[in-house]
Design a protein around this ligand. Structure first.
Ligand SMILES: [Zn+2]
Length: 120
């Protein structure tokens, strides 16, 4: 059986890291925390594009492709977003976010857990 690991910290999730899944270890929610806007976007333009998309969705009309593409390009690819969150989690000392965590949790266990990420 395939094991499912958090793509950010390597914690064994027991399920695929899909939208709404929150990792108990690093505390990141899939589809939310890993939905990161790029820093160098024109924020005013970005907000206009968001509004256009919402208007079309509200009217149940197909969103123009250039708007969809713009919004997609304004956010980091998942892999990049996960790398950003991983760096942040490490900078914060790999703290266990929800519950007490496993006995003896610390940097050593965190490093071992991080090696799960590259497992096939
Ligand atoms: Zn995690």
């Amino acid at each position: 059986m395939n094991k499912h690991y958090c793509p950010i910290c390597g914690y064994e999730l027991g399920r695929v890291y899909a939208d709404g899944v929150i990792c108990l270890c690093c505390g990141n929610e899939s589809g939310y925390d890993d939905d990161i806007e790029k820093e160098d976007i024109d924020y005013d333009e970005y907000l206009v594009m968001l509004k256009i998309r919402d208007d079309f969705e509200h009217k149940k009309k197909p969103v123009p492709e250039h708007v969809t593409t713009y919004l997609k390009n304004a956010r980091y690819e998942k892999k990049t977003a996960w790398a950003i969150l991983r760096r942040k989690w490490k900078q914060e000392g790999c703290a266990w976010k929800y519950g007490p965590g496993p006995e003896g949790w610390g940097m050593e266990m965190a490093e071992a857990q991080l090696r799960n990420i590259d497992k096939p």
